[in-house]
Ligand binder design. Structure first.
Ligand code: G
Ligand code: G
Ligand code: MN
Ligand code: NA
Length: 248
């Protein structure tokens, strides 16, 4: 309750920050994008992780405000780099079902000057499913703006294929649970290969999440996976890491 009250003022007080984790082109060895990850810098309590406040924000109706703040910060940060860097922003179901979500995104693009194709929006499968009726309209609006749409945590949702049939997306982010045991598990390799083949037929790009070892990276690269993200490259950090920092 204490944290709920504090969270109500967090945006106004400038306590919501955005951290960034690079997304790497595995084939080219370059950073092409960065995922925006919300953090709450609470005075005298330090940096609070999204796992400890995003769910509260959704319950008490603050996610719209916080999400809009993160979106704005992320677009400004990506645009400030002036070198084609994309930024990938998480969108929860509650945000996505807002009537004016298309407008919120348009405003963030206009105010930051970020080219639309440099904004990726990560939707979870459950977010899309919950919003199945209003989602179609919002999807059209977002496609019209020219932003790129990604399904986050792909493979963990209920009926992943239904979403692929219903909506045209540009990217799939393979959930890190499929990447973790890639070296040991023939089974997981088969699943990831299947997702890559499917994505290829659908002309959808893939980001493998949670890459922690060079072996995982090399396997994914050999399988033809285009993009990757994980602690091997960088943990989330308070500013966008420049491309030159990428040395693996
Ligand atoms: O950064 P970390 O790995 O702790 O993120 C944990 C979870 O919080 C992830 O599932 C991520 O998608 C979610 N998350 C992080 N930032 C945001 C945000 O700005 N909005 C929403 N809706 N979720 C976020
Ligand atoms: O649900 P979403 O994919 O948005 O969540 C991203 C989360 O994954 C963040 O909390 C981020 O800190 C975490 N993450 C990013 N890279 C790695 C990694 O290599 N290993 C693990 N275990 N977590 C990671
Ligand atoms: Mn994400
Ligand atoms: Na994910």
């Amino acid at each position: 309750l204490d944290s709920e009250l504090a969270l109500r003022d967090a945006v106004e007080l400038g306590e919501i920050e955005t951290w960034y984790q690079p997304i790497v082109d595995l084939q080219q060895n370059t950073v092409v994008a960065t995922e925006a990850l919300a953090r709450w810098r609470r005075p005298a309590r330090g940096v609070i992780q999204p796992g400890d406040f995003i769910a509260i924000a959704e319950e008490v109706g603050l996610i719209k405000q916080i999400g809009t703040e993160v979106l704005g910060q992320a677009c400004r940060a990506a645009n400030a780099l002036e070198r084609g860097m994309a930024v990938s922003v998480n969108v929860s179901a509650r945000q996505f079902v807002q009537d004016d979500f298309g407008q919120v995104v348009k405003r963030a693009l206009d105010e930051s000057g970020l080219p639309p194709e440099q904004l990726w929006l990560e939707l979870t499968e459950s977010a899309v499913l919950e919003a199945i009726d209003s989602a179609a309209k919002t999807f059209q609006e977002l496609r019209g703006l020219g932003v790129r749409l990604a399904i986050d945590d792909f493979g963990t949702g209920y009926s992943s294929f239904t979403h692929l049939r219903a909506f045209t997306v540009d990217l799939l982010k393979i959930d890190l649970t499929f990447i973790r045991d890639l070296e040991r598990s023939q089974h997981d390799r088969a699943i990831v290969e299947g997702i890559l083949r499917l994505a290829d037929s659908l002309h959808v790009d893939v980001v493998a999440e949670g890459i922690e070892t060079t072996n995982q990276r090399d396997l994914l690269k050999a399988m033809g996976c285009r993009f990757g993200q994980g602690y091997l490259f960088s943990k989330p950090a308070p500013s966008v890491q420049p491309m030159v920092q990428f040395v693996h």
